[in-house]
Design a protein. Structure first.
Length: 309
């Protein structure tokens, strides 16, 4: 059986289209590694771009998109479980999986085979942390990470106070319940990284944000709120859902929303690249290819790397 292929890269790098083109060429199926595309009806803000999964009219099978309800807290433990189910199903049919996404923690968890357990809610801890600033919570988290020797969370995961509190909850639980050797198998994979030069990345992010806003992002979030999802639950998801929700409920102006969101996405993209470079330091080999190459050349480069493995 050929190794899985993983395609990773920062936001707006063209990962999905490349994965679909490669899947069409090789007869593969795609497993998404995106922590927000799991949610139904959160389409524009998460950039699902489901049309990318059709190549010349041929539908590429995909997994782990639209599997959770908005307002819920899908987590890494659930992702690792769902990834394994999708991976085994694809392999059982004699097909080859392609893992594609930008959530570095999800990617690393399934490639390394992190041993994870469902972490229960600690109501006493949450009550104690309520009211602390994001900066205070982040400092607490970093201290716990140092003590645990943990690589489980970085700033990508703690851009809101609720996320930071959940990360602290997980680190405390992990420290009190040290894991034995991993009983989740690592997944052998050829890893392809899409390299986008910084200024080009910034241009793509701003252009895509404008298109999403013009394409109905505000209406999508209004509809989610109107369906009964609490504003704080949408804000929890960060980025588009945080800032556009704050605009819709009147906390900030449209101009403030656009400016703050643009900055936040640029910062997020930078943190994604920091995570991927960190993966290299932690022993992963990532084969970087230029995002600016024509699609056929990018596919050809990956095929060449694949043949040499």
């Amino acid at each position: 059986m050929d190794k899985m292929i993983t395609i990773l890269g920062p936001t707006a790098s063209g990962k999905t289209a490349l994965a679909a083109a490669l899947a069409d060429r090789l007869g593969c199926e795609i497993i998404s590694a995106d922590s927000r595309q799991v949610y139904r009806r959160m389409d524009i803000g998460t950039g699902k771009d489901l049309s990318d999964y059709a190549v010349d009219g041929r539908q590429i099978p995909y997994y782990l998109i639209d599997i959770a309800e908005p307002g819920t807290r899908y987590n890494l433990f659930q992702y690792q479980r769902d990834f394994r189910l999708a991976y085994d199903a694809i392999v059982s049919r004699g097909r080859r999986p392609i893992l594609c996404g930008g959530t570095g923690l999800y990617i690393e968890a399934v490639l390394k085979g992190y041993r994870l357990a469902p972490v229960p809610e600690n109501k006493e801890l949450r009550a104690r942390l309520e009211g602390k600033t994001l900066a205070e919570l982040t400092a607490m988290l970093m201290d716990l990470k140092c003590r645990n020797g943990s690589t489980m969370h970085n700033k990508t995961d703690v851009d809101t106070a609720k996320r930071a509190i959940r990360a602290i909850e997980i680190e405390i639980f992990s420290g009190d319940n040290p894991a034995a050797e991993s009983d989740t198998p690592p997944t052998d994979s050829i890893i392809i990284g899409i390299d986008v030069e910084r200024e080009e990345r910034r241009h793509r992010i701003t252009d895509r944000l404008c298109r999403r806003l013009e394409g109905g992002l505000v209406d999508e979030i209004r509809a989610l709120l109107d369906s009964g999802i609490a504003a704080d639950d949408l804000i929890y998801y960060g980025l588009e859902y945080k800032f556009v929700t704050e605009y819709v409920i009147g906390r900030i102006t449209y101009e403030e929303m656009f400016r703050l969101l643009e900055i936040a996405i640029h910062q997020f993209s930078k943190r994604q690249m920091t995570w991927f470079r960190g993966m290299e330091r932690r022993g992963f080999t990532i084969h970087w290819i230029d995002a600016m190459l024509p699609m056929e050349e990018k596919v050809a480069e990956i095929l060449k790397i694949d043949r040499n493995k």
